[in-house]
Design a protein around this ligand. Structure first.
Ligand SMILES: NC(=O)c1ccc[n+]([C@@H]2O[C@H](COP(=O)([O-])OP(=O)(O)OC[C@H]3O[C@@H](n4cnc5c(N)ncnc54)[C@H](O)[C@@H]3O)[C@@H](O)[C@H]2O)c1
Length: 306
């Protein structure tokens, strides 16, 4: 197939491009940054997705049958400081891109939403796909709104709209310098012997899902007979403190965590029930937390030594 992926210089985008090229697809990738890792065999296009004309040109050139839209402002903290950037990138650009994709003849559009940020502090844990949404951050609200806007584009154009609602994705190539992605941040800092900060009590929980499992869900979201949005996680809650301890053991880190006040927009607890993904995509997470953490630390170690 001819396919288009956005966010191809990012963490999940890098893994998805590698998989799609290996599966034999003709891949065009859009990102405003250059890729940091060399994956061969695809067309890499530099576009700011907020630039309507540039998006329309790139999509018309690529003529994709399927689009995976991953480019985003992906940090809760940044969304609270810079709501305009978040809303322009995550909502407005998503609508422009989807309309351009439909115009170019795309059959299905797969959005990456956020199961971790859409429910706020849900009444039931694990949250289910039909749990009422109540985001607590601009980022979470943008993802919920984008899902809705995209459904409208689907109604308007007939293009199928599907999507993932992932928990906290982790694995090799995640950016350790940002404000999101605690596994990458801790791993890098522990390997360098630098201080690691836990914001809040450390008892807040997230549903950590390994990137290879997420890529498999991306592929299934595109090929399943019925287009749908599904939660993508493990169903398990893991606290930040547990992540710290696991990674400290894996890396041999002996310093205590630095404690800092909670950050605006962060939620107290979340885990995701993935029965819809199991029913519709025959998908479930296969990589255990211990195995995923070990693979992540090994990859960061290898990059540090390269
Ligand atoms: N990593 C997670 O834990 C997680 C969890 C749930 C959902 N998601 C979603 O998955 C997707 C991928 O996340 P990720 O972790 O790979 O994020 P990432 O930050 O590593 O990648 C995002 C990519 O989007 C690009 N981008 C941002 N603004 C752009 C713009 N204006 N024009 C063009 N490109 C732009 C960035 O350059 C980057 O390469 C995002 O939509 C994110 O919201 C991530």
């Amino acid at each position: 197939m001819r396919v288009l992926v956005t966010g191809t210089s990012g963490f999940v985008g890098t893994h998805l491009v590698r998989r799609l090229v290996a599966d034999g697809h003709e891949v065009t990738g859009i990102d405003w940054q250059s890729p940091k890792r060399g994956v061969e065999g695809w067309r890499d296009v530099r576009v700011d997705i907020r630039d309507d004309a540039a998006v329309q040109r790139a999509v018309a050139d690529a003529r994709p049958e399927v689009v995976w839209h991953l480019a985003a402002q992906a940090s809760v903290s940044v969304s609270m400081r810079e709501p305009r950037l978040d809303i322009e990138t995550n909502c407005i650009a998503s609508v422009t891109l989807a309309r351009a994709a439909a115009e170019a003849g795309a059959r299905r559009f797969v959005f990456t939403s956020s199961g971790g940020a859409m429910f706020g502090d849900p009444p039931e844990i694990p949250a289910r796909d039909d749990t009422p949404v109540a985001p607590r951050s601009i980022y979470g609200a943008s993802k919920v709104a984008a899902e809705r806007y995209l459904q409208i584009v689907g109604l308007e154009t007939g293009m199928e709209i599907a999507g993932l609602r992932p928990g906290n994705i982790y694995g090799p190539y995640q950016d350790p310098h940002g404000e999101a992605g605690v596994v990458a941040i801790f791993t890098q800092r522990m390997l360098r012997g630098e201080p690691c900060t836990i914001f809040g009590t450390g008892n807040d929980t997230r549903d950590y899902v390994y990137v290879d499992d997420v890529v498999e869900a991306q592929v299934r979201a595109a090929s399943a007979p019925v287009p749908a949005f599904c939660l993508v996680g493990t169903g398990r809650e893991t606290s930040t403190r547990e992540i710290f301890d696991l990674l400290a053991r894996e890396t041999g880190y002996e310093r205590p965590a630095v404690e800092a006040p909670p950050r605006p927009g962060d939620i107290p607890r979340i885990a995701l029930d993935t029965s819809r993904a199991r029913d519709l995509w025959q998908w479930q997470a296969t990589v255990s937390l211990a195995d995923g953490m070990a693979r992540t630390v090994a990859a960061f170690r290898e990059e540090a030594e390269a």
